[in-house]
Structures are given as structure tokens and as C-alpha cells.
Design a binder for this molecule. Structure first.
Ligand code: GUN
Ligand code: ZN
Length: 400
């Protein structure tokens, strides 16, 4: 039962923050307590650093790990030119294995402990990806990326195959460390039948759903042309909007669509770096928060160029002036709510799993706000000294 001596910062409900100089005691992978008194157990000294909850990436694409920073003029052009050809490569199981390992190791190195992941386009490579997630130790919520319309033939799945593979995957994952998420690429790439069948399966098996919504005007117009309704109404008519649904982007939602999302208690993954990269626009964070919609932060690799979530917080600030404490709150406890893991992860509190990150800062005597501000505006993977999931180290920097 080790204890980690450090300055420990955690973000709680209603924007509360705790900042304690003391000991984080871990027992059986869980947080036993945080105390100022020196405990009678092995002590690991992280005095020069700070500890905070592991980062939660609410939206990221595994088969895009190799195509970051590929400039293009619009979302739809970028998908055609870079994304689809690269995702086809993940049908090859050797390629999928090697690059899934690279992906999950990249998350660990960047302080991410939990992630909501769009997986490869086939079930075999998705299974391989889950094996690599387990080997590296990332808490992983992922599914095969489902598509059956408007994409290259190789990427398409039939509704029947998708249903079969969903069911086979669900049972052999523990649910807490790894869970299968029904992953619809987006309305332009999914038939109404596929969306409806997916939503039915989600309801029957109580599964999470993830998809994209309202990222760029051209895409929104395409959805309107295909289905004759607004984006949110299309998903709602298929039964896709549930309290376990995570919608990425939501940049151009109308007030009516936001009300509908709030009513269904669906969640939003805010991906500001991606929104800047593709010039998608600024997500109206205040409007969404006003409605009580849960918001997490997503890197959206590869439209988002950064695998590290600290530069994404910086971009969140440039998109909308939020305070560093709000930004880190959304990143950790907010992300956990979006992923539906807030009863056991996302904060450093007794009883929660030992998911935390050890970060280097310039000066340990700074105020809480100064520390968070420095990390938000200057932070990247070089600040990450160590990453722990369930109390076990999954990454250790050479600089430690
Ligand atoms: N919309 C549908 N697919 C994608 C994707 O892979 N990335 C982004 N940013 N948006 C999408
Ligand atoms: Zn995305």
C-alpha cells in the first residue's frame, strides 16, 4: 500500500477545487485517503511535482494516429483525402496491432487515463485494439466505427454484421476498464436503418453510443438534404440521443437542437483544437452549459493535432474565455461524467480508482490558479512525469 507525497489538486462537483500538500494513499488500486499526516507505509516522493486526476479524452480516433497535421480545406475533403485511405489500412491486423500499441502508449505518455475512442472500421482490428488498450493499461471506451453510406466500399459494414459483432464484443469486456461503445461515424455515413438498429441495441444492452454532430456547415446541409431534418432531429428520430450518448463537436447547433440534446441528457465532447484546425467554428460553450448539458474535452486526433489535452485546454480558452479551473474541471470530473465513469473515476477522492497523473511545474509555491494557468498555456507531454491507472504506473518519464 504505497502513499504518494506531493501537492495534490482535484476538481470536484460545482466547480469546487481541492489543493492539499500531503499524501495520496492507494490501496488495492483505489484511493484510500488524502492526508497531511505521514502514513506508516512505503512513501513515493513526488514533492517536486503535483498530482492531479488522470486526463479524460472524451473524443479521439484510434485509426487516425498517423495522420495528424494533414492540412485540408474542409472536413468532407479531409475525410476523403486522408482519413478514409488511412482507416482502410487498419483492416490489416498487423498494421492495426502495431498502431494501436502506438496509440495507447501515446495516451499514457500524455497523461490520459480514460478515453472514448472511435475504433477501426472492422471488428477484428477493434478486438486487437482492445487487447493493446489492456496491455498499456488505458481505461478504454471504444467501438468499431460503423458506416454503410457515402464512404469507400472497404469501410462499409452491413447492419447485420454490425449487430452480430456488437453482441460478441460486449460480453468479454469488463465494463469498468474497457467497454464496447456503439460508434456511428456520423449521419452522412450511416443509413437510417443502421442508426435505428444501433440505437435499439444500445437500449436493449444499456450501451453507450458515440457519434459526431454539427461540425461544419457543408456537412449540416448534407444531413438536411439526406434526411430533411436538423442534425439533432435526425439522431433523435433514430433513437440515438440517450443519456449514454456522446456527441462530438456541436459547433453549429440551433437553440432548438440544444434544448433537445439537454432534454435527452446526451453529452457533448468539446474539441476546440480540431475546430480550429478544420476552421469549423467555435462551439457555444455558455449556451450548452446554461442548459445543463455535460461537457467533456476531446483531442479529436487527427483533426485535432495534439494528443496531449493541455494544448486543447488552451484552445478551449481561445475559443471561449473559460477559467483554468473550469477547463481542468471539464477535463477531469466533467469528462468522467461524459464517459459515465464518474462514480469511480475523474476525481481524487476516497473510494475512487487510483487514476492520476504526476506533472512537472516551474515552481511549487505558486497559487492553485497560477499552476493551472501555467499548465493550460504552456503544458504538453514534457510536463507528464508519470501516469497511473488503478494505482499502477502505466507510464514513467525518463526525466523523473
Ligand atoms: N465526422 C465524421 N468523421 C469524422 C472524423 O473522423 N473526424 C472529424 N473531425 N469529424 C468527423
Ligand atoms: Zn471526431
Amino acid at each position: 500500500m504505497p502513499a504518494y507525497k506531493s501537492r495534490i489538486i482535484t476538481f470536484l462537483k460545482n466547480r469546487e477545487i481541492k489543493d492539499v500538500n500531503g499524501y495520496l494513499i492507494i490501496s488495492n488500486g483505489k484511493i484510500k485517503k488524502i492526508t497531511k499526516e505521514k502514513p506508516e507505509c512505503e512513501i513515493i516522493n513526488y514533492d517536486d511535482f503535483i498530482i492531479m486526476p488522470g486526463f479524460v479524452d472524451s473524443h479521439i480516433h484510434l485509426p487516425q494516429v498517423n495522420i495528424r497535421g494533414k492540412w485540408s480545406t474542409s472536413l468532407l475533403e479531409w475525410l476523403e483525402k486522408y482519413v478514409f485511405p488511412e482507416e482502410i489500412k487498419f483492416l490489416n491486423e498487423d498494421y492495426a496491432k502495431k498502431n494501436s500499441a502506438k496509440f495507447f502508449y501515446g495516451l499514457a505518455k500524455n497523461g490520459t487515463t480514460s478515453a472514448m475512442v472511435f475504433g477501426p472500421p472492422n471488428i477484428e482490428s477493434t478486438e486487437i485494439a482492445f487487447e493493446e488498450a489492456k496491455r498499456v493499461g488505458i481505461r478504454t471506451f471504444m467501438g468499431q466505427t460503423l458506416m454503410d453510406t457515402n464512404v469507400p466500399e472497404e469501410l462499409k459494414t452491413t447492419v447485420r454484421d454490425a449487430k452480430k459483432s456488437m453482441k460478441s464484443m460486449v460480453n468479454h469486456l469488463d465494463g469498468k476498464r474497457a467497454a464496447y461503445v456503439l460508434t456511428l461515424r456520423f449521419a452522412p455515413a450511416c443509413s437510417m436503418e443502421m442508426m435505428k438498429e444501433t440505437a435499439n441495441t444500445a437500449r436493449k444492452l444499456n450501451l453507450r453510443i458515440q457519434t459526431h454532430i454539427s461540425e461544419q456547415q457543408e456537412e449540416i446541409e448534407l444531413v438536411k438534404k439526406m434526411y430533411g431534418k436538423s442534425y439533432a432531429e435526425v439522431y433523435d428520430s433514430a433513437g440515438v440521443l440517450t443519456k449514454r450518448t456522446v456527441l462530438a463537436h456541436g459547433v453549429h447547433l440551433s437553440p432548438r437542437e440544444m434544448d433537445l440534446i439537454a432534454k435527452r441528457n446526451a453529452k457533448i465532447a468539446h474539441c476546440p483544437s480540431s475546430n480550429f484546425f478544420l476552421h469549423s467554428g467555435n462551439m457555444p460553450i455558455t449556451e450548452l452549459m446554461k442548459r445543463g448539458i455535460d461537457i467533456g474535452i476531446g483531442t479529436d486526433v487527427a483533426a485535432g493535432p495534439f494528443m496531449n489535452l493541455m494544448p486543447v485546454l488552451r484552445d478551449a480558452y481561445y475559443a471561449n474565455p473559460i477559467t483554468p479551473r473550469t477547463a481542468f474541471n471539464l477535463l477531469t470530473s466533467g469528462g468522467a461524467r461524459v464517459l459515465g465513469i464518474d462514480d469511480y473515476a475523474g476525481t481524487l477522492e476516497p473510494g475512487k480508482q487510483g487514476d492520476f497523473v504526476v506533472l512537472k511545474i516551474s515552481d511549487n509555491s505558486m497559487s492553485t490558479n497560477e499552476i493551472l494557468s501555467e499548465l493550460m498555456f504552456l503544458g504538453d507531454d514534457r510536463n507528464v512525469m508519470a501516469t497511473y491507472v488503478d494505482g499502477k504506473s502505466i507510464y514513467m518519464s525518463e526525466g523523473i
